[in-house]
Write a protein that binds this ligand. Structure first.
Ligand code: VG1
Ligand code: CO
Length: 544
């Protein structure tokens, strides 16, 4: 085998964000841009010679080309075996499972998740470590440092690999295994949930469902599991064929982008259950007939009912949520005497807690939830959790949610996003907020007295590592909160996220519209951050 060593020069913009490196496709297509990043990943790793690397992506535009480049570089750098999803496809949770199941050294996942795809849209790449989870900050910091000094990269002179034929090939002494992207994942789900019960409920007509795969990676997974294995009517899974540009859509499962599903679920003939997932299959949106379940509520409800699911029947060790996620799950933890952790945004912060069995279930307000079965959030897992729950409780989604609120109170919640804001203006807003923090505690506006105000810093309870500047928190005496942070996944300018939350114990007030119920807090948030005044905008781009 011939290995070519190519001289290269660094790019200065390869700092991984919340979940890997995400840029416009045209950025990745610059000479050696992808190669620099991949070689920098390998340069940041030790002891992988002869070991296994998993490779797969969400199928978006540039996925196949990128995989061919990565295969040749992985061979030249000394990996002994490559496991690749057929067609270059692997959902993010499936990739995590494959890494764990086959004890791989790590994996490279190609995805820009919920961002649009296509020649003019986004691409992304991240490295996952041996536990199947996104590399921790210590690694991504080292990786970024390596991208700044990269001088050459290694690539094997071999022909392109056939990604579409299942089976194992020997390429220059390296085993390259093309696997069914769905099979191992489907088997894992069958181990966790009561498939027989769900199947019976579907057959008996107690559960009818619609799943919007948004022309993204979960199409084949959902078809196999929901339709073939659990017997949902053919067509229950729609937009099921993964497309390189997601059909021109924005594969983000929320009411704004999964509007086809939303129309069905708020329509006259709504099925019992509706759900959607994102570009790479790690997010979920849960709906019932005429109801949308906020991700924060979904997490709390899953934690409260975990014992009804076979894999968690013996109980869970603890729960965690990202800082901006509502405190609904904290109330469940409190009642069940479970440890509850508050982490920075991004799944990589749950990895240590899961590995140390400090938690079993965790989630984020951004339509992500998961458990110790893999080390990524998992869209279809959440869908199956809800189906199993509905089958066990024999209750519609709306009743499950209302009963939960009756027991725990409701954390009325929403997030306002201002997208593609000029970076200087966005940083100015954060600086301005930092300047306010010391003066806020004790001040009162109407029902809202500030109890605490700080910039969130996290010390990992397992390895002691510290992650600072993780968002501005303003907490009020009545339990309400406003959180401000800048997104780490966008590719154009900055996105300001404002998270708003108010606790309502009174059952008679549980049916309020979130925007109305949060109106005072929304006004206070603007008073603090001045985003409208500073950007000249009059409304958020997306409300979730
Ligand atoms: C967003 C979400 C965060 C999530 C991340 C990756 O990050 O807020 O909760 O973990 O996306 O999700 P940010 O930095 O833009 O707020 V995914 O589905 O893109 O892998
Ligand atoms: Co995703």
């Amino acid at each position: 085998m011939t290995i070519t060593i190519t001289k290269t020069t660094p790019y200065d913009d390869q700092k991984p964000g919340t979940s890997g490196l995400r840029k416009k496709v045209s950025v990745f297509q610059q000479p050696n841009y992808l190669q620099n990043f991949v070689q920098s990943i390998f340069n940041s790793l030790d002891g992988f010679q002869g070991d296994t690397l998993v490779i797969g992506g969400d199928g978006r535009y540039f996925n196949r080309q990128a995989i061919q480049i990565i295969i040749k570089m992985a061979i030249a750098n000394g990996f002994g075996k490559l496991i690749i999803g057929q067609g270059g496809l692997l959902s993010t949770p499936a990739a995590s499972n494959i890494i764990r199941k086959y004890k791989a050294f790590g994996g490279i996942v190609l995805s820009a998740s919920h961002n649009p795809g296509g020649p003019d849209e986004d691409f992304g790449i991240k490295y996952n470590v041996g536990n199947g989870g996104p590399a921790p900050e210590k690694f991504t910091d080292a990786l970024y440092a390596n991208t700044k000094v990269i001088a050459e990269y290694r690539s094997a002179e071999v022909a392109d690999i056939d990604l579409d034929t299942l089976g194992e090939q020997q390429i220059a002494g390296v085993k390259v295994s093309i696997i069914d992207p769905v099979a191992d994942y489907a088997a894992l789900m069958a181990d966790i949930f009561d498939f027989e019960l769900i199947k019976q409920s579907i057959a008996a007509g107690l559960i009818t469902l619609k799943f919007d795969a948004m022309h993204a990676i979960t199409g084949p997974y959902a078809k196999k599991i929901l339709e073939e294995e659990l017997g949902a009517t053919p067509g229950s899974v729609f937009n099921a064929v993964p497309l390189e540009d997601f059909g021109g859509g924005h594969p983000d499962p929320n009411l704004a982008h999964a509007h086809e599903l939303a129309e069905i679920m708020f329509g006259a003939d709504a099925p019992v259950f509706g759900a959607a997932s994102d570009g790479d299959g790690d997010r979920n949106m849960i709906m019932g007939a005429n109801i949308f379940v906020t991700p924060s509520d979904s997490l709390a409800i899953m934690a409260a009912n975990a014992k009804l699911i076979p894999a968690y029947a013996k109980g869970i060790s603890g729960v965690a949520r990202s800082m901006p996620t509502s405190q609904a799950v904290d109330r469940v933890a409190d009642k069940l005497s479970l440890p509850c952790y508050e982490t920075p945004t991004g799944w990589k912060f749950f990895g240590n807690l899961l590995d140390a069995d400090k938690i079993t279930i965790c989630g984020e307000e951004s339509f992500g939830s998961g458990s110790n079965h893999v080390r990524e959030k998992d869209g279809l897992w959440a869908v199956l959790f809800w189906l199993n729950l509905i089958a066990r409780k024999r209750q519609p989604v709306a009743d499950i949610v209302r009963e939960h609120w009756q027991t725990y109170g409701r954390d009325i919640y929403c997030r306002h996003d201002y997208e593609a804001v000029d970076s200087d203006i966005a940083n100015g807003i954060l600086d301005h907020l930092r300047g306010l923090l010391n003066g806020l505690p004790g001040k009162t506006w109407g029902d809202y007295t500030v109890k605490c105000a700080d910039e969130f810093s996290y010390t990992d309870p397992v390895d002691g590592s510290v992650s600072s500047a993780q968002g501005i928190r303003i907490g009020f005496a009545n339990g309400s909160r406003i959180v401000f942070r800048l997104s780490g996944t966008g590719t154009v300018g900055a996105t300001l996220r404002i998270y708003l939350e108010r606790y309502e114990r009174d059952v008679a007030k549980h049916d309020q519209d979130a925007q109305e119920a949060l109106a005072d807090l929304i006004a206070l948030a603007e008073q603090f951050c001045e985003v409208k005044r500073r950007t000249g905008r009059n409304a958020p781009d997306v409300i979730t």
